[in-house]
Ligand binder design. Structure first.
Ligand code: B12
Ligand code: SF4
Length: 606
């Protein structure tokens, strides 16, 4: 082991064992560096690296006996090194990075009513960038103008935009910024982002613009062609990829040495190999909420679930093992699923309670409830530590894993709202869309959840290309069955092929997807304002009418069977209390109505 002091950077080199050379691109050394002025500390770190490397070599040897594919082995080896080496390669140069959270958009003419929520994705990215030692600025459009609502005139319809305008965002960016980072989660955010980047590059042509998130991962091709101001897209899970990219930029290396990105190179759009997903998700730096203006989000009680007070979003797991054909998750996260250690999740909640006085957590997990074992463990930790908070699980593919015992435990530990996602009631369609859900077990689970006093919600999608009238009838039957069983609320959405989904790829290859503003705003739509049918059998009008029939039938039947719920909504509305999605809907729609009278009009498109 060699440690050389050089401008406060200690370089560490280890010779690669002869039998493993082909796994390391024929390099004879693994070289890392550590930025510190403390020789003792560097020595200790060096020793730990030595031990870790021996472990890594052992793992690679084991893996080699299973695989003789050199390319695969190279990726496997470099991935292990990246993930497990405790010394992180650091350039001397620290970059100035500015992360931007754009405003939130609502379509008040539809059922859409979502308020702004702190960006969990950006907070995670911020945590990792800070850990890597770069300088960070955050411009959080909703968080920095929490009571500002303006009209946003799109090519398609008039939306409301919550937060700073694009001019205000650009004004706030530190002129010394090297790298701008944005998140593009929703398709409907694209028009604003494109306008923002145009303005930003007019003022700061030398800043490098990096975009990540669900839509950027799936749609970079279209974005690069339609926005010359966009420089780089980070694909998939962002933490390691962004830190690696900053390292590449700081070192002045060419972009092909960074993983998991799409970028421009002399008129061409190129991509680099995707990194493997982070396996030890317990080690990912926690969201850097302290850098975000979350005080107002908390004081205004903004959150993605039912309003149960001061809320923060969290993840208890990453990824989803399923491959539903309408969903972009397999493309974004692959099908690898990792759950966090329940006690680490509880630690994080405890920290938020102490630091921010948070009393509700909304889990943003894709598939939060995968095994009963995890739920039991998590609830037990919460109960043992006597943590007092409410929590919500909006999406839950394997929610059927919840029986009465689990449901009771969920309630006792503070869980109040729980989502099911059957999507369809037709076994033929469930098979077609690869939704691994059994309707009978879902109904049994729903009854257990209701018995345990949980407030429940379910998501339905209609208008899949192959869906026939018989399938729609079966879905309608399911909707009615859930209403009788006592489900508290249902969302009935019209199918739209989101970028990254299998359906998108298939329909695009058959020229069935027209990318125009109707398409872009379809993701925001909830009641036919920006709808387009992709059905082989029914037109948009028919599906929109069905959407209304499904919703009206569900709620009429549900209230007919349980009329006391109407009084409960009324009481909750007057007391400004929320328990169910309907309570949230009524409160948010009332807020929207009041806003309509006070909103400042801006004539120019943002
Ligand atoms: C929680 C959630 C919500 C919450 C909170 C949303 C929010 N603003 O944070 C609520 C309930 C409010 C919500 C609402 C909606 N949602 Co939603 N939601 C999700 C869900 C399940 C998880 C998002 C999340 O927090 N993930 C965890 C974080 C850590 O991951 P992340 O944000 O992706 O960040 C990582 C990477 O993307 C990357 N990254 C992100 N940003 C950046 C930036 C940089 C610079 C870099 C380098 C990397 C990077 O690194 C991060 C860490 O690894 C996703 C599903 C999914 N696959 O993501 C759907 C999803 C995003 N929602 C979706 C939709 C359609 C909606 C609605 C439009 C539904 C509707 N019609 O009402 C509304 C719109 C609300 C609005 N007006 O803003 C779609 C979007 C599809 C699309 N292409 O547009 C998704 C993908 C689900 C799906 N497949 O259908 N949603
Ligand atoms: S819809 Fe849900 S279960 Fe299906 S792939 Fe997407 S996240 Fe997984």
């Amino acid at each position: 082991m060699k440690l050389l002091k050089q401008n406060k950077i200690f370089h560490y080199r280890k010779r690669i064992p002869a039998d493993l050379k082909d796994c390391f691109s024929n390099k004879i050394f693994i070289a890392r560096s550590l930025q510190t002025s403390d020789l003792e500390f560097a020595k200790k770190k060096g020793e730990t690296v030595d031990q870790t490397l021996e472990g890594i070599f052992k793992t690679i040897r084991k893996q080699r006996s299973f695989s003789t594919d050199v390319k695969y082995m190279k990726n496997f080896a470099s991935d292990l090194i990246l993930k497990r080496l405790p010394i992180k390669k650091r350039s001397q140069k620290k970059l100035n990075v500015c992360l931007i959270k754009i405003p939130t958009f609502e379509a008040p003419q539809s059922f859409s009513y979502f308020n702004s929520v702190p960006s969990l994705g950006l907070a995670y990215i911020a945590g990792s960038i800070r850990e890597a030692g770069h300088n960070l600025q955050i411009v959080d459009a909703p968080g920095e103008a929490i009571s500002q609502y303006k009209y946003f005139n799109t090519e398609h319809c008039k939306l409301w935009s919550h937060g700073l305008t694009k001019e205000e965002i650009v004004e706030r960016i530190n002129p010394d910024t090297d790298v701008i980072g944005l998140t593009n989660m929703f398709l409907h955010e694209w028009e604003f982002i494109r306008n923002l980047l145009k303005l930003l590059k007019q003022k700061h042509p030398n800043m490098t613009v990096v975009m990540g998130g669900e839509t950027a991962t799936a749609w970079w091709d279209y974005m690069f062609k339609n926005c010359p101001e966009l420089d780089i897209c980070v694909l998939g899970e962002g933490e390691d990829a962004m830190v690696g990219l900053l390292e590449t930029l700081a070192n002045g290396e060419t972009l092909d040495s960074a993983s998991s990105i799409a970028y421009r190179d002399r008129g061409k759009i190129l991509t680099t190999e995707r990194m493997q997903r982070i396996k030890n998700i317990n080690d990912i730096a926690l969201p850097a909420w302290d850098l975000f203006p979350i005080k107002d989000y908390l004081d205004y009680e903004y959150g993605s679930g039912v309003n149960r007070g001061r809320s923060l979003p969290m993840l208890s797991s990453r990824g989803c093992p399923f491959q539903c054909t309408f969903c972009s998750s397999p493309d974004m996260w692959t099908t690898r699923y990792f759950a966090r250690d329940p006690s680490k999740v509880a630690d994080e909640i405890e920290a938020y309670q102490k630091k921010y006085d948070v009393n509700n957590i909304n889990f943003n997990d894709l598939t939060a409830v995968l095994t009963k074992k995890w739920i039991v463990e998590f609830c037990s930790v919460v109960l043992d530590r006597k943590l007092n908070f409410s929590w919500q699980l909006p999406s839950g593919t394997r929610s059927e894993a919840v029986d009465f015992e689990a449901a009771e435990l969920l309630y006792k530990s503070g869980c109040r709202n729980f989502g099911y996602a059957p999507e369809s009631g037709s076994p033929r369609m469930l098979n077609k869309i690869k939704k691994k859900v059994k309707i009978d077990s879902l109904i049994t689970s729903l009854k257990s959840a209701l018995k345990a006093n949980l407030k429940t919600h379910a998501n339905i999608i209609i208008g899949f290309p192959e869906e026939k009238i018989k399938d729609l009838f079966l879905t309608y039957k399911l909707v009615l069955k859930m209403a009788i069983a006592g489900l508290h609320g249902v969302s009935v959405m019209m199918f739209s092929p989101y970028p990254g989904s299998s359906y998108y790829k298939e329909l695009k290859s058959r020229n069935k997807v027209t990318v125009d503003s109707t398409y872009i705003y379809s993701s925001l739509d909830r009641s036919g304002v920006s709808a387009r049918s992709y059905s082989n059998h029914f037109n948009t009008r028919f599906i929109t009418i069905l959407q209304w029939i499904f919703l009206l039938s569900f709620f009429s039947l549900m209230y007919l069977v349980r009329p006391h719920r109407i009084f409960k909504h009324f009481k909750n509305f007057l007391k400004k209390n929320q328990e169910t999605i309907m309570d949230q809907f009524l409160a948010e729609k009332f807020k929207q109505m009041k806003r309509k009278f006070s909103i400042k009009k801006i004539n120019s498109t943002q």
